[in-house]
Write a new protein. Structure first.
Length: 200
C-alpha cells in the first residue's frame, strides 16, 4: 500500500511537471501592445533629451566664443602696452598714405600674428629690432565657433572711436575690431539664448 502511494504520488508529480513545462519552455514573444508601449516610452525619452543636447552644444559654443574673445582681447591689450599706448592697426600701412579698412585689417593681422618693432612695423622673423610678438599663437586668429570656413577666423576693422555707438555685427567675419580704441567683439550676427554674440 505504501509502495502504491509512492508510485501514485510520483505519477501525479510527473503529470504536474508535464502540465506546467510546455508554457515555461516555449518561446516567449512581445505582444503588439507591449511593443507600442516600449516605442512610446522611448519616444518620450528622446523628446526630453534632444533639446538638452542642442542646449549643451550652444552652451559649449558660447564658452569657446568667450575663450577666443579673451585670447583676442588679451593680445590687443598686450600689444597696446608694448607699443606705448598704440593699438594694432593704428600704424604700419606700408606706403599707403590714406589707409582704408582693408589696409588696417592687413596691418592688424600682421601685427598680432607676426613680430613687430616699437613703432608697429611687422616682420615674419624675430630680430633685435622686431622683438615684440607674436601675440596670437599659430600665426592666425582663433575661429568664431558660430561661423564656418575662412570667415570664422577673419576680422573686420572699423574706425569707430565712440563706445556709446552701437556695435555693428555684419555676420560676414568671425570678429569685429575697432582699431582706434582696441574693441574686439564677435561679428557673426547671431544670438544664443536671446543674447547677441556681439555683447559677449
Amino acid at each position: 500500500m505504501i509502495r502504491n502511494r509512492l508510485i501514485l504520488s510520483k505519477r501525479c508529480a510527473r503529470t504536474r511537471i508535464h502540465q506546467e513545462t510546455p508554457h515555461s519552455i516555449g518561446p516567449s514573444a512581445f505582444t503588439l501592445v507591449e511593443m507600442l508601449i516600449v516605442v512610446l516610452v522611448l519616444g518620450i525619452i528622446a523628446m526630453l533629451i534632444v533639446p538638452q543636447l542642442k542646449t549643451s552644444t550652444d552652451d559649449a559654443k558660447v564658452a569657446v566664443l568667450r575663450t577666443n574673445l579673451r585670447i583676442l582681447r588679451s593680445a590687443v591689450e598686450r600689444y597696446y602696452v608694448e607699443h606705448n599706448g598704440t593699438y594694432p592697426g593704428e600704424r604700419d600701412f606700408g606706403k599707403v598714405s590714406s589707409p582704408d579698412v582693408h589696409d588696417v585689417r592687413r596691418a592688424v593681422v600682421k601685427q598680432l600674428t607676426g613680430y613687430t618693432d616699437a613703432s608697429g612695423r611687422a616682420s615674419n622673423t624675430k630680430s633685435d629690432r622686431f622683438k615684440y610678438g607674436p601675440y596670437l599663437k599659430d600665426g592666425r586668429f582663433p575661429a568664431n565657433p558660430f561661423l564656418h570656413g575662412n570667415a570664422a577666423a577673419d576680422v573686420a576693422c572699423f574706425d569707430y572711436d565712440d563706445l556709446s555707438r552701437r556695435r555693428v555685427s555684419t555676420g560676414t567675419t568671425g570678429w569685429a575690431y575697432w582699431y582706434k580704441i582696441g574693441l574686439v567683439y564677435a561679428n557673426d550676427g547671431g544670438a544664443t539664448g536671446g543674447v547677441p554674440h556681439a555683447d559677449h
